[in-house]
Design a protein around this ligand. Structure first.
Ligand SMILES: [Fe+2]
Length: 220
């Protein structure tokens, strides 16, 4: 079965942008429910090597929509925790050069990221992604949709656009939330590692492998 990964920092460490209360609800209740439902849908006799494999296989047919939604949300949330840090960070090296090439500077990227996320209708996610050539793009996806199912697209950062991510702290001000989030919380060291891995230098981030003492069948 798949585990709910711990946060890589304390519940209150991302305040004031994301409060202790928001993080406890978001991680323990929302993320926890997606992981629990994924395990229930997969059942006790299933085998799958990774959550990435479950998401990609479930995405192949509408009959697996509920599994896709829960497995993708489990993955997206774990990735969201990984792309944040309570320590101020800045892009460096090749990632900084790629940001300059695509957006002129970090402020240009921030404007694009906030515009895309604030303008996204309904729930979803806003991503900074790279293609195989190292060109950066800002994209948003609806509901549970993610980047695992999109060829040639590697995520570097993501921010949650579901109201549960920000409503307790920012009410309906999604734009204000995104501006504060971009200034304070991105883990650029992590994003740089993903950028390098997309070019073949190192390994991409992966969801924790399932506990195979309780084998899972393939989602298909
Ligand atoms: Fe969320």
């Amino acid at each position: 079965m798949f585990v709910l990964p711990d946060l890589p920092y304390g519940y209150g460490d991302l305040a004031p942008t994301l409060s202790d209360r928001t993080m406890r609800f978001h991680h323990d209740k929302h993320h926890g429910a997606y992981v629990k439902t994924t395990n229930e849908l997969l059942g006790p006799h299933v085998t799958a090597d990774s959550l990435e494999e479950v998401v990609r296989e479930a995405a192949r047919g509408d009959e697996h929509r509920k599994l896709f939604n829960n497995a993708a949300q489990a993955w997206n949330h774990a990735f969201f925790w990984a792309v944040m840090t309570p320590r101020h960070d800045e892009p460096r090296g090749e990632l900084a050069s790629a940001i300059a090439a695509a957006f002129e500077d970090l402020n240009g990227l921030k404007s694009k990221f906030v515009e895309e996320g604030a303008g996204h209708f309904g729930s979803g996610w806003v991503w900074l992604v790279t293609d195989e050539a190292g060109v950066l793009y800002v994209r948003s996806t609806h509901d549970a949709d993610d980047t695992l199912t999109k060829a040639g697209m590697t995520p570097l950062l993501v921010c949650d656009l579901w109201e549960h991510a920000y409503y307790l702290d920012h009410q309906n001000d999604r734009k204000g939330f995104l501006e504060a989030w971009f200034d304070a919380l991105p883990n650029w060291t992590f994003a740089g590692s993903q950028f390098g891995a997309a070019q073949g230098d190192g390994a991409l981030w992966r969801y924790p492998a399932p506990d195979l003492r309780q084998p899972l069948r393939r989602a298909g």
